[in-house]
Write a protein that binds this ligand. Sequence first.
Ligand SMILES: *[C@@H]1O[C@H](CO)[C@@H](O)[C@H](O)[C@H]1NC(C)=O
Ligand SMILES: *[C@@H]1O[C@H](CO)[C@@H](O)[C@H](O)[C@H]1NC(C)=O
Ligand SMILES: *[C@@H]1O[C@H](CO)[C@@H](O)[C@H](O)[C@H]1NC(C)=O
Ligand SMILES: *[C@@H]1O[C@H](CO)[C@@H](O)[C@H](O)[C@H]1NC(C)=O
Ligand SMILES: *[C@@H]1O[C@H](CO)[C@@H](O)[C@H](O)[C@H]1NC(C)=O
Ligand SMILES: *[C@@H]1O[C@H](CO)[C@@H](O)[C@H](O)[C@H]1NC(C)=O
Length: 415
Amino acid sequence: MARLSALFALAAAAVAVSATPIVVRDSLVTLPIARRFNSTGAANIVKADQARAKTLKARLQATKVSPVDTAAGKIFPGINVPVTNQAIIYTASVGVGTPPTSYELIVDTGSSNTWVGANKSYVNTSSSVDTGAEVEVFYGSGFFFGEEYTDTVTIGDLVIKNQSIGVAEIAFGFDGLDGILGLGPDDLTEDTTSVGGEVPTVIDNAFAQGLIHAKVVGVSFEPTAQESVTNGELTFGGVDYKKVTGPIKYVPITSTSPASDYVGIDQSITYGSSRIPILSATAGITDTGTTLVYIASDAFAAYQNATGAVIDNNTGLLKITPDQFANLESLFFHIGDATYEFTPNAQIWPRALNTLIGGDADSIYLVVVNLGSPTGEGFDFIDGYTFLERFYYVYDSANACVGFATTHFTYATTN
Ligand SMILES: *[C@@H]1O[C@H](CO)[C@@H](O)[C@H](O)[C@H]1NC(C)=O
Ligand SMILES: *[C@@H]1O[C@H](CO)[C@@H](O)[C@H](O)[C@H]1NC(C)=O
Ligand SMILES: *[C@@H]1O[C@H](CO)[C@@H](O)[C@H](O)[C@H]1NC(C)=O
Ligand SMILES: *[C@@H]1O[C@H](CO)[C@@H](O)[C@H](O)[C@H]1NC(C)=O
Ligand SMILES: *[C@@H]1O[C@H](CO)[C@@H](O)[C@H](O)[C@H]1NC(C)=O
Ligand SMILES: *[C@@H]1O[C@H](CO)[C@@H](O)[C@H](O)[C@H]1NC(C)=O
C-alpha cells in the first residue's frame, strides 16, 4: 500500500504541473534510430504485445518481496517495469564508457532504466564506477538482473557523465539486442535498485548537466515495408520541426491510474464519416516499445463490427477481404481538442511483411488489436508504434505532457 500511495502522490504532483508549451532552444541533439524485424523470432507479435500490456497494467499490483540471497548476490525486489521482447523494434546505437563501446538498445518510452550487456558484454573503462548496488527489472516474458554502474553514456552528440546503467549478469528475452534505452517517466525506475528510490534517467542527467535545455524527447518514426531500415530519429532537448506538417498539440499526462505512471493520455476513438463510437473517452498509454494499437475489448468488438473483419488464427490479427478494405474508413483518435486521422492504409499491416508474421502474402491484416479487458480499468489502450509512425510524438517529462503532430507520413500510402 505504501507504494500505491507514493505513486498516487507522484501522479497528483505530475498533474499539478500545467502542460505549458515547450520552449525549444538551439541545443537539440538528434540520433538516428533503426527499425528492425527479427524474422527468425516470434511470428506472433500479438502474443508478445499482449504479454507486455498485461505486465504494464499489472505493475501497481506487483507485490513487494524481501531481498533474497543467491549465488549472484542479493537479488532485490523488482517492480514490474515493462520492456520489449518482440519481433519488431526500434533500436538506437548508444555508447557506454571512455572510449565508448557501442550497444544496440531498444528505444522505450514504456520503461526508464537504461542497461546493457544482454548480448555484447559491458566493457570496463576509466569512467566505469561500480555503485555496489544491484538492479533488476522484470517484464512479461523475461527479465534482466545485474550490477549498477555509473558511466559516461554517449547518445549522438550528447556525452552524459555519471549515468546510472544496469550491466546485465542475467538477461533473457532480448534476441541478440544489448539492452534498453529507457525514456519513460522517472517513477518507473522506483525500487529497481537495491538502494531503493528512483534512478535518474538519461534525460534527467542530460538536463542536469546542461547538455539539453528541456527534458523533452521528440520521436519521429516512419512507416516502412522493409524488414530493417534506419528511418527514425530521436531528438533530445526539443522537437525537430522539419518532421512535422502541422502544429504540435500538447495534452497533460492522464490523471487516471495506472496509465498515469506511463506516458499515459486520455483519448476517445470514432470510426468513419458517421463517427461510429469505438472507444469512449478513457485513459491508456503511448509506447514506442509496443508494435500494434491495442484497444479495450468492448471497443475492439465495435471496431470489428464496423469493419466486418474476422480474427485470423495464424497471425492473431483481424483480417479483411479486398472488398472490405476498399470500404474501410478512417479511425479518428480524439486527444485533447485535436483529432488525429488514422487512415485505412495506416490501419493495415504492411502487406510486404505479411509472411514474416505468419500471414498469407495476399491477405489484408489490421493493426488494431484486442487489449483483452473492458474499458474502465485505467489502462484501456496502447498507442504503439504503428500509430506513432503516422504522427510526430513528443514527451516532455518536466511538464508532464505529451504532444502529437501530423507528418509527411500521416496520409501516406505505404502498406
Ligand atoms: C532473432 O531471434 C532469435 C531468437 O528468437 C535470436 O536467437 C537471434 O539472435 C535474433 N537475431 C537478431 C538478428 O536479432
Ligand atoms: C570492472 O572493474 C571493477 C574494478 O576493477 C571490477 O570490480 C568489476 O567486476 C568489473 N566489472 C566488469 C563487468 O567486468
Ligand atoms: C552520480 O549520480 C548518482 C545518481 O545516479 C548521484 O547519487 C551522485 O551524486 C552522482 N555523482 C556525481 C559526482 O555527480
Ligand atoms: C551479439 O554480439 C556479438 C558479439 O559481440 C556480435 O557479433 C553480434 O552481432 C551481436 N548480435 C547482434 C544481433 O547484434
Ligand atoms: C454493429 O454495426 C451495426 C451497423 O453496421 C450497428 O447497427 C450495431 O449497433 C453494431 N453493433 C455493435 C455491437 O457495435
Ligand atoms: C480459430 O481458432 C478458434 C479457437 O481455437 C476456432 O474455434 C476456430 O474454428 C479457428 N478458426 C479457423 C478459421 O481455423
